[in-house]
Design a protein around this ligand. Structure first.
Ligand SMILES: Cc1cc2nc3c(=O)[nH]c(=O)nc-3n(C[C@H](O)[C@H](O)[C@H](O)COP(=O)(O)O)c2cc1C
Length: 175
């Protein structure tokens, strides 16, 4: 790797851990994403970067809407694993989970969530392996008080791993 690319620098970026959800033909799906952030304040817009191979990606692209649940720091690893290491192409992730239907029609996971956000896609950019979806804020609500789960806490305390389809996946640099 060239001297200009010390990839360790990217491990110092901070993120949260969220469930991004959408639907198609009446079917809900969702996935874990750390790459979700507020892009602008006025008008309020937020963005998520989703792998093109994920079912959630296709649902967001087709429906033009997505929901985001902000996870509680107390969320068990098993729950994160069910949304982050399995695909809705193989399992129904919503079978045993508490969720509501938002004003845009998206399913929103309320279990282990502190707050949720609903967005209508206003633009998207092909970023190669992933698509960056930018959404207009349509609805956002607080469900309960708590500490939001961060990516750092997920790695260092929960000892969770990052699958290869995550935006930030990199083999750990040797030095
Ligand atoms: C901690 C964590 C962070 C992740 N972040 C992202 C992300 O930002 N973008 C992404 O596309 N996938 C991310 N993933 C991977 C997806 O959650 C995973 O590929 C999921 O199985 C896709 O499910 P689906 O096919 O049902 O949509 C992450 C997974 C974990 C565990």
């Amino acid at each position: 790797m060239s001297d200009q690319l010390n990839m360790k620098a990217l491990f110092q970026l901070s993120y949260g851990v969220y469930i991004v959800t959408s639907h198609m033909d009446g079917k809900p799906n969702g996935q874990i994403a750390n790459t979700f952030f507020q892009a602008t304040a006025e008008p309020p817009r937020l963005a998520a970067c989703l792998n093109k191979e994920n079912l959630t990606h296709d649902y967001v692209k087709k429906s033009g809407v997505f929901g985001v649940s902000i996870l509680d720091q107390e969320t068990p690893f098993q729950f994160i694993g069910a949304f982050g290491f399995k695909s809705g192409k193989d399992v129904n992730k919503f079978e045993n989970v508490s969720f509501i239907t938002g004003v845009t029609g998206v399913p929103i996971v309320t279990e282990n969530a502190l707050s949720y956000i609903e967005l209508k896609v206003m633009g998207e950019m092909d970023a190669g392996s992933h698509t960056l979806f930018v959404g207009d804020l349509v609805n956002c609500q607080v469900l309960k008080e708590g500490t939001p789960l961060t990516y750092k806490y997920y790695h260092e305390v929960i000892k969770g791993k990052t699958p290869k389809k995550a935006t930030t996946y990199q083999a750990m640099p040797e030095k």
